[in-house]
Ligand binder design. Sequence first.
Ligand SMILES: O=C(O)[C@H](O)[C@@H](O)[C@H](O)[C@H](O)CO
Ligand SMILES: [Mg+2]
Length: 403
Amino acid sequence: MKIEQAYTIVTSPGRNFVTLKIVTDQGEYGIGDATLNGREMAVVAYLEEHVIPTLIGRDPQRIEDIWHYLYRGAYWRRGPVTMTAIAAVDMALWDIKAKLAEMPLYQLLGGKSRDRVMVYGHATGRDIDACLEEVARHVDEGYKAVRVQAGIPGIASIYGVAKKDGEPYEPADADLPAEHVWSTSKYLNHVPKLFAAVRERFGDDLHVLHDVHHRLTPIEAARLGKEVEPYHLFWLEDCVPAENQEAFGLIRQHTTTPLAVGEVFNSLFDAKTLIENQWIDYIRTTLTHAGGITHVRRIADLAGLYHVRTGFHGPTDLSPVCLGAAIHFDTWVPNFGIQEYMPHTSATDEVFPHDYRFENGHFIVGETPGHGVDIDEQLAKQYPYKRASLPVNRLEDGTLWHW
Ligand SMILES: O=C(O)[C@H](O)[C@@H](O)[C@H](O)[C@H](O)CO
Ligand SMILES: [Mg+2]
């Protein structure tokens, strides 16, 4: 069996998605997600110019060999563009292999470790009251876990909070990056009040999470972790930028609040020190941005040795192809923690027909051979690519900060 053809499909049903389709000489095909939010066309160019021409004629069943060919063979290792391109190939090849085996992907990985996959949804509001209403809506819809992000008095625009209450949040909202103003002290003073209000209204059973989105220093993160300890967060996410993995050692010494990190990682080596020192509790790296199933499986296996569980990234800027494959992975992986879930628009769901379903706060994996997600290429053509950039943050004095 040979790979006969491979091509990228760029579509924007509300937001941009990049999909790689690989077709064999026997007519079987697989698809992989190659979406890197705000940098989509860099991955398209990498795939079209450097990856696809080397795939033609190869045996699609040799997933491991193709992975190493693309990783080692490039000489230039790692990086989000390279690893997203490799991930798309890997996901498409696992899709093909599972279709050939006539099995849903989770069976090939080792079968079910659980019947359903717990997810967390996003509650966001311009102020605490609006945010609590959104938490209530999620609880009514059956969610067992909710991420809570509220506007901060004195900060006009902040990550995770929609411009208007009730609207879906979409960060890549401008052709060129919007500029926001950030104040660490206003943020740190407000967040504990938010979680006090959440616990007072919803009691102890609901799992609550919070995303700091990389904006603190280690000692500030330690303070926040300590101050929210009484509210028993499921996790505190990305409390500092993580290029310097040692920084987490300091945070860990100060707080028992569980720590999650890794949505921007693209390699096992981004997480190795964090995992081996047991400085984190959840690893968030998902399939699309870190070399696909083949590589993320290695990360999860290492994590399992150190009591670190998975908590895959799942915003709307990963396509249903990534989400579908992730649900298979989540259903199998022994050290599963939780799966992030931001519902896609109905236009996106139509372009990407899928067999996973949401039920009572959980995803239920489908039984279709492969990863269970397809793309309607005709419909995809109706939504042309439109450049969209993520915002940047500046401190009140104008210094460029982390967004
Ligand atoms: O926890 C999350 O879901 C993330 O922080 C996202 O919302 C990122 O900001 C987005 O993926 C950037 O493109
Ligand atoms: Mg995040």
